[in-house]
Design a binder for this molecule. Structure first.
Ligand code: S3P
Length: 464
């Protein structure tokens, strides 16, 4: 088991955090680039993919389904199998990756062969009825273990009884994974499928598939998939994956709470469905500059800069509704920001956090409490009392195998009153294997211990 030991910035002389960082390629776009490239008719070059284990799960799955994926220099070249020629893979191991499992349930649910989708202990405890409902409405098959009124992996998807058909769907859960599964299942149906979404979840699936020639239109929160007369041929020569806004959020918050900072995160995807965290930061009085807005493979991209540490000017805010949907993965690190902001921050309408890689309402509250912060847990969020004038208390934190809790805790630890240890950090590799290296590059001191390793003093130089 990996444990991080983080030395607070104040323990060291000199400027707190400074530098230009390159975070990995966006994880959500990476999944879709690999999966949808494999559905095309001719080879696709994918650039900028992150090295995270989750994207690796999707790559392996598509190879099992008949594609070839080769590394050529820094890029990946996907020699596709084609939407109409997917081959029976038997069992696919999705590891810790909910996006891999849920999108595959949509892609494979309507096919005439059965596939078993398995995952690790965390993924096997995440709810899958939400994805089974729309895929079944579209004539697909999704079966699994029925427990506590929900459905869990291992899932068996597709099979001879699958009979794809168009349908009108009203999604009750605000989830891009569920929406994407429905869109993928609709590609196999004949006719017009409509999918109504009540909150604006990330829209990378719609953007990328439409650019590949899929008959997808979006208007006023309604997605229409009209397959009448469609050849089912998808094409795209190249997909450039922009860098991950969710990964950048850790350094943006770190710079905001540091006493002095100048941090730039380059080439970040600033798709409006992904940057609710920037709106939340603005509502809390933080300033993040955006430079050089441009478009890359159908996604808006910009550089994000925090020019000076400024926790003194941060204040609490109420974060709720569609903003929370657009910031869902960033809530743990926004909670750390709230701990350093004057006054109270209310996070509401965030019940989806209870079914992430951990129960992120409970694990975020536990993290803040360990840091000595006053927090009230609520069913759909939390109320955090900020302490801008008092350092966080050095703590021993358990990340519960959740990559985003581990990374958020590492950021909070930078402004603690002594070294903080964070246990169970191995899963940081699912999304951001270079997290430790990037944080050190900015000037932080973080040591990685392995459970059987002999403890040594924290050092900046040591690499893991
Ligand atoms: C994702 C959607 C979100 C997000 C997850 C990635 C995606 O999950 O939390 O990290 O790539 O579609 P939900 O769809 O469950 O909200």
């Amino acid at each position: 088991m990996q444990t991080y030991v983080v030395t607070p910035l104040t323990a060291r002389p000199g400027p707190a955090l400074a530098g230009n960082v390159l975070v990995p390629g966006d994880k959500s776009i990476g999944h879709r680039a690999l999966m949808f490239a494999a559905l095309c008719e001719a080879p696709v070059t994918v650039t900028g993919l992150g090295q995270g284990a989750d994207n690796g799960r999707t790559a392996k799955a598509m190879i099992q389904l008949g594609a070839t994926i080769e590394r050529v220099g820094e890029d990946m070249v996907v020699s596709p199998v084609g939407l109409a020629r997917l081959t029976a893979p038997g069992t696919i191991d999705c590891g810790n990756s909910g996006t891999t499992m849920r999108l595959l349930a949509g892609l494979l649910g309507g096919l005439p062969f059965a596939t078993t989708l398995i995952g690790d202990a965390s993924l096997s405890n995440r709810p899958m009825a939400r994805v089974a409902t729309p895929v079944r409405a579209l004539g697909g098959v999704v079966n699994g273990e029925v427990r506590n009124g929900d459905l869990f992996a291992p899932l068996v998807v597709g099979g001879p009884e699958a009979a794809p058909r168009a349908a009108q769907l009203d999604l009750t859960v605000a989830s891009a994974q569920v929406k994407s599964a429905a869109v993928l299942a609709a590609l196999f149906a004949e006719g017009v499928t409509t999918i109504v979404e009540h909150a604006p979840t990330r829209d990378h699936t719609e953007r990328m598939l439409a650019a590949m020639g899929a008959p997808i239109a979006v208007r006023d929160g309604v997605i229409t998939v009209d397959t009448r007369g469609w050849s089912r041929a998808l094409t795209q020569a190249r997909i450039d994956v922009p860098r991950d806004p969710s990964a950048s959020a850790f350094f943006v918050v770190a710079a905001l709470i540091a006493r002095a900072a100048d941090v730039t995160c380059a080439d970040i995807c600033v798709n409006p469905t992904r940057i609710g965290f920037l709106d939340a930061i603005a509502a809390m009085g933080g300033q993040v500059e955006r430079h050089g807005l441009r478009h890359v493979s159908g996604e808006p991209v910009a550089d994000l800069r925090v020019g000076h540490g400024e926790s003194a000017s941060l204040h609490g805010a109420t974060l709720r509704g569609e903003l929370v949907v657009r910031a869902i993965d960033e809530i743990p690190v926004l909670a750390v920001l709230a701990a350093r902001a004057a006054g109270t921050t209310v996070i509401a309408d965030a019940e989806e956090l209870r079914v992430k890689e951990s129960d992120r309402i409970a694990t975020t509250c536990a993290m803040l409490r360990a840091f000595g912060v006053h927090v009230e847990e609520r069913p759909d969020g939390m109320v955090i009392t900020g302490q801008p004038d008092t350092p966080l208390r050095a703590a021993q934190i358990h990340a519960h195998g959740d990559h985003r809790i581990a990374m958020a805790a590492a950021i909070g630890a930078l402004v603690a009153d002594g070294p903080t240890t964070i246990d169970d950090c191995d899963n940081v590799a699912t999304s951001f294997p270079s997290f430790v290296a990037v944080l050190r590059q900015l000037g932080a001191a973080l040591e990685v211990r392995h459970s059987d390793a002999v403890a040594t003093a924290p050092s900046r130089a040591q690499d893991d």
